[in-house]
Design a protein around this ligand. Sequence first.
Ligand code: HAM
Length: 418
Amino acid sequence: MYKAVRGTSDILPEEQPYWRYVEQKAAEVCRLYDYRRIDSPTFEETGLFTRSVGQGTDIVEKEMYTFDDKGRKSMTLRPEGTASVCRAYIEHGMANLPQPVKLYYLASIFRYERPQAGRLREHHQFGCEAIGDDDPALDAEVIDMAWRFFASLGLTGLTVQLNSIGCKNCRPAYLAALTDYYSKYANDLCPDCRDRLSRNPLRLLDCKQPGCQPVAGAAPGSADHLCGDCAEHFARLRGYLEALGIPGNVNHRLVRGLDYYTRTVFEVQPEDGGGQSTIGGGGRYDDLIAELGGRPTPAIGFAAGIERIVLNLKKQNVAVPVPTPPLVFLASVGEAAKETALKLAADLRGDGCGAIAATGGKSLKAQMRQANSLGARYAAIIGEDEVKAGTVTLRDMASASQETLPAARLAARLREAL
Ligand code: HAM
């Protein structure tokens, strides 16, 4: 027996209303902020991701689904969406469009992580990227958009964590201060952190091991080591967020797991969850487009995990719209009646009315049970007598009242009922 691969899941019909709801809210919020949809390929050249996400990150070192294609080129299933959007921005000359260019995507993402609730090896993101503007007002707008999106879903009890990790001018001095500080505690650190100390010191702050918490808690914060421009950018962003009424808590330990970030980073988390429950995150990546071969172009974006959103919608008992069942079930007895029922169902559908004709030779009783379980409002029953008379017996499933009417009147009668 085959099973879905560990860390992947089927999105069954009963789950689909949650997904449609999230996608519809995403599209709605994108319309409000003028983001246009982009779909990029599921896989790209491996170099695109090693270059952008960063060599020293868990994603690149441990989590990418990388394979050689038949032409011996190294390919990778996208482990995030930003790199592909930036590649597309450069490839399609979007620098010539009015800036910022605002793009959004709904995409499957692949990371070989240790699966648990809300952490999959194939997950789905709603992401958006605003490329071509370094104004902190755009950072505020992106955070506002993320906030509005979650609010429009009906989710409550969320917090926005915010930090600035500086730019290539001020970060080296901060990393030196961080390394200096951590070196004093090297013997108290977990093996991963000892490794991070030399290879990717920023990630030290992100460690979840209990033993490393006190050291990380008292570590110097990047926001206190910003150059003048980055400090001003961060101060203006915080001012704009305050004006917008968005409660952004500055979290000195927020660094994110991708290397391309500069200045603003942020995450949206449920109040009662830890770091693993983050439902959305993003930040500025002012050097990435140039790193990938484009003209220097500032940008900012964010992405939200749809599986984690659905988990929270269920946890918070948010009611989502469910598809309406077919209006009418056509039950039939005998071959001639079945043919009539098939034809009537086809006509009704042509009229835009959901109709299901019985198949499979079930007894009339079994057909009525099927009508009931489908949630049909009406059953139209066609037996030998009805075939001869050119009529149908229409049963209101809720009240069990019945009427007989000419088959040719069925569509009009159902329209009246609607
Ligand atoms: P990220 O924080 O790695 O950012 O992922 C975005 C969101 O995807 C997370 O907040 C989380 O909700 C969800 N997520 C991540 N990994 C998993 C997983 N294994 N299983 C389920 N859900 C997951 C990015 O990917 C950036 N590209 C976001 C961005 C866009 N930054 C700028 N622009």
